[in-house]
Design a protein around this ligand. Structure first.
Ligand code: BTN
Length: 333
């Protein structure tokens, strides 16, 4: 976004009407230049209202992410270690961090994180698209260097899911839970998702990019572009959400989680998992490329594999990469 467009957006961010003349004076532009600029804002998914004699208004206003407003939610130690970038638009925050070239020495000392206001090619799990309109939600990725083999990270996204639910408690959302492996749901509607991508490094170390998409205010979204029931934080809380606070608290919690996971693995999170597990003792189906299994959810093991009780005393485990889990009607095999 050009600096001039950003300045115009700053004026319109209060959701009030501003006359073309007033905006023109403030930005040193003609009224017709202001009109053209407001048209450019529609390319950023922002619908500007214009009324003769009243001027321009961005209904509902907008509050943009700002590094200086995010960092105070982190501890000083976290701030020291963090390299945070806040971008206007990017194809995908995950891809951005995956393609950064950083020396392993630097990687082991710093946490790189990237937030974007918009993603043009946001990625979901299993090759799906993650709808990412401008200035509405949270699209966050962190790059973390693990001095262990990639095979030890199988439960990482589950631990991150717990950190998201814990963060959201602060905003007073109740009835949140996790559908294995890492869908954050409220009343069976998706609120957030996680995409972990791992690149092996030399000497059994690896770099992981942890991507978090969290719906905050999904207004004016074409329903057909999302293939599952979804919700957003503003709908659930009935409050205007401060995205800078949310991003800051999420970074704080997730950095702590990654540190703890690195030191202790998933076993440090198994107790918390039980608190949020939506499938425990619930009838579910597990679908693989070739088979389908029905049974009751039985929690997870320390690798993060799903445990399915096929019948009393017969438990089968499933790694997350290979199967899909669905809620099902009660029935044993
Ligand atoms: C899912 O399918 O549930 C995972 C969604 C993950 C979306 C986030 S948004 C930030 C990061 N960048 C991406 O391209 N994807 C993840």
């Amino acid at each position: 976004m050009s600096p001039t467009l950003k300045r115009l957006l700053a004026f319109l961010s209060d959701g009030q009407f501003h006359s073309g003349e007033q905006l023109g004076k403030a930005l040193g532009l003609t009224r017709s230049a202001i009109w053209k600029l407001t048209k450019q804002l529609t390319e950023w998914d922002l619908k500007i209202e214009s009324i003769t004699n009243k001027g321009y208004c961005l209904p509902g206003g907008v509050s943009l992410l700002e590094k200086a407003k995010i960092l105070p939610y982190l501890t000083l130690k976290q701030q020291d270690a963090l390299e945070l970038e806040v971008l206007d638009s990017i194809p995908s925050t995950n891809d951005y961090l995956l393609n950064l070239t950083i020396s392993p020495h630097m990687l082991s000392k710093k946490v790189f994180a990237c937030l974007a206001e918009k993603q043009t090619q946001g990625k979901g799990r299993r090759g799906r698209n993650w709808v990412s309109p401008f200035a509405k939600n949270i699209y966050l990725s962190l790059l973390w260097y693990f001095p262990q083999d990639p095979s030890e990270l199988s439960g990482l996204s589950l631990a991150v899911a717990i950190s998201i639910v814990e963060t959201l408690k602060v905003f007073g959302v109740s009835q949140l839970g996790i559908k294995w492996p890492n869908d954050i749901l409220c009343n069976n509607q998706k609120l957030a998702g996680i995409l972990v991508e791992i690149k092996g490094e030399a000497h059994d170390a690896c770099k992981a990019v942890i991507g978090i998409g969290l719906n905050v205010r999904m207004t004016n979204v074409d329903e057909d572009t999302i293939n599952q029931p979804w919700t957003d934080l503003q709908t659930l809380t009935g409050k205007i959400i401060n995205r800078n606070e949310l991003a800051g608290l999420l970074l704080n919690k997730t950095i702590n989680t990654l540190q703890r996971f690195q030191e202790q693995g998933l076993k440090a999170f198994l107790k918390q998992w039980q608190d949020f597990d939506l499938t425990f003792k619930k009838p579910v189906s597990i679908l693989s490329a070739t088979d389908s299994y029905q049974g009751l959810g039985y929690g997870i093991n320390e690798h993060g594999h799903f445990l399915l009780e096929l019948k009393p005393n017969l438990i089968k485990s499933f790694p997350s990469g290979e199967v899909t889990l669905r809620f099902a009607l009660p029935k044993y095999n």
